[in-house]
Design a protein around this ligand. Structure first.
Ligand code: HEM
Length: 515
């Protein structure tokens, strides 16, 4: 395996390890709800919930996306003639996993503010005696490293891989105007470093105060919000709205940027698996329009996280957030039409890669209706803070994860010299989809009944929701165990048909078409 591919493979394998950790912690949650419903395991529940979210979202999904998208971006680089960067992906790998290990150590010492890691939650712990200053400092260093990787190192590594430098040449711009796959990756590179800057600076300020390098009085008043629990005397004089604005601008758009990257992967991969003589999309122009519309509408849509602050959010801002949220739905609908029309015209060759990508995209669309519901003010005021919101969050992430698993099936022969077996791949895709759909509807139903998220025990439930979640979670987990066995045990050559790369040659480029 060449060096850049080895780095991608490391990112992918480490992502799978975090997925396994997140999955085990995830199964704890419904198990505790179902079998220990008296509330005796509250600390354990909070730690498992935090670990589940952090391991899946940052350790698993983000890292899987990083590994595969860097591989995918190399196909664009081949045209620039420059060699892929070595140092940036290494720093990305080291800082991301170093940060996650520190967060894990902090969690083991009781740090459990949930995966959003949103201030003032981390600083609440020491003030309330829930976790000490030691775990807080460990966690803050961990958060800083993860933010650095997500906001700056990854976009820089992607840009250098795709364009040979940090910004595209005129010719590369021209090409992107016709290629929704490349445009989706460029959206992440352009969006995240800017939209994440306010929260990054804020996190740095909190960090400096906790370490005693800055006095809270030296900070502007809105910047002191995250320190409120540590410094109760500053609370009455500060307004929480600017802080929430900075946080959601980052957190919402990080999830959207991962969604846009996944859509870019759909546009790139599906045409490679049609029956047409050469890869072609029904309408590349409509694809570019969808990615552009999605990117620009996703940015102001973050305001839908602030509906419940109705006393402080300006009404114009809230109306813009609702309209922009609905516009993201239009972008998804254009993509569904374009991909559907491509398949209608050119047919599909059965292979686990497109099956995973289409399954993930279907889940993304099903979940999209719930997302639009939650982005509508009246519904949101009724459903926010319930498991309905968790159903949306978790399912959109699983959908994106399925799309990247499809990419992994596509790239596997190039990375390891042998193709994953198709039948086992179909089983993996089917069980993953069913498990995810089952968990989605279970959480939706529980949310509609008003069961709050991040609560233990679930009030008024009896063991019903917990048992259903556990069953679907085990189904989902079983699919991943089968996949892990598959990855560890290469099939005999005769059993590995159909092989997308019959000669076993590497597949560094997504412009290349499997036979
Ligand atoms: C083994 C399968 C899984 C099970 C049994 C499971 C279970 C759960 C449960 C019960 C909750 C709600 C906890 C609460 O609010 O009290 C939850 C939340 C969540 N899950 Fe999962 N989950 C699984 C897979 C996944 C996957 C694959 C992802 C992401 C790729 C994911 C991401 C999340 C996130 C982000 C939350 C929200 C955490 C929070 O609100 O702090 N889960 N999960």
């Amino acid at each position: 395996m060449a060096r850049p591919e080895r780095l991608s493979w490391w990112l992918i394998v480490t992502a799978l390890v975090w997925f396994a950790a997140g999955g085990i912690l995830g199964l704890f949650l419904p198990a505790l709800q179902a079998f220990a419903p008296q509330g005796g395991a509250a600390r354990l529940y909070a730690i498992a919930l935090t670990g589940h979210g952090v391991a899946f979202v940052f350790g698993g999904l983000f890292q899987l996306m990083a590994g595969l998208s860097l591989l995918q971006a190399r196909s664009c680089m081949e045209e620039t003639g420059s060699s892929p960067p070595h140092l940036l992906p290494r720093w990305l790998y080291g800082l991301l996993n170093g940060g996650l290990i520190l967060l894990t150590l902090a969690s083991l010492q009781g740090f459990a503010p949930s995966y959003t890691l949103m201030y003032p939650l981390p600083t609440t712990g020491p003030a309330r005696g829930m976790w000490g200053r030691g775990p807080l400092i460990l966690a803050l260093v961990g958060i800083a490293l993860v933010l650095l990787a997500v906001l700056y190192l990854y976009p820089a590594a992607l840009a250098r891989t795709m364009w040979g430098r940090l910004y595209p040449s005129r010719m590369q711009w021209e090409r992107m105007r016709r290629d929704p796959g490349m445009l989706g990756m460029a959206a992440y590179i352009g969006m995240m470093p800017i939209l994440g800057l306010p929260v990054f600076l804020l996190a740095a300020a909190v960090f400096a105060v906790v370490l005693g390098l800055l006095q809270p009085e030296q900070l502007p008043s809105w910047c002191r919000i995250p320190l409120g629990p540590l410094l109760p005397q500053v609370r009455p004089e500060v307004d929480p709205w600017p802080f929430n604005l900075a946080f959601w601008l980052f957190a919402h758009n990080l999830m959207e940027a991962m969604g846009i990257m996944a859509l870019a992967a759909v546009y790139t991969l599906i045409p490679l698996y049609t029956r047409a003589p050469a890869p072609r999309l029904y309408s590349p122009g409509m694809g570019v329009l969808a990615v552009g519309l999605y990117t620009f509408s996703a940015i102001p849509a973050f305001g839908h996280h602030l509906y419940t602050m109705i006393t402080t959010s300006p009404p114009g801002f809230i109306a813009l957030a609702q309209a922009a949220s609905w516009l993201t739905g239009f972008a998804a609908a254009f993509t569904a039409f374009n991909i559907g029309a491509t398949l209608w015209r050119d047919g599909l060759r059965l292979h686990p890669a497109p099956l995973f990508v289409l399954g993930g995209f279907l889940l993304y669309l099903i979940d999209g209706f719930v997302a639009l519901q939650l982005a509508t003010r009246a519904w949101n005021l009724r459903l926010h803070g319930t498991l309905y919101v968790t159903a949306h969050t978790m399912t959109i992430l699983i959908a994106v994860g399925m799309i990247w698993l499809g990419m992994l099936y596509h790239h596997h022969p190039g990375l390891r010299g042998w193709a994953l077996e198709a039948r086992r791949g179909f089983l993996h895709a089917g069980l993953t989809f069913l498990g995810a759909l089952g968990m989605f509807y279970t959480l939706l139903r529980a949310g509609a009944e008003g069961i709050p998220r991040r609560a233990y025990p679930w009030p008024g439930d009896g063991p019903g929701v917990g048992v259903a979640m556990l069953l679907f979670g085990v189904l989902f987990g079983l699919a991943q165990v089968l996949f892990a066995v598959h990855l560890l045990r290469p099939p005999q050559p005769a059993a590995s048909a159909p092989r997308p790369f019959p000669s076993g040659e590497p597949s560094p480029s997504l412009q290349q078409r499997p036979a």
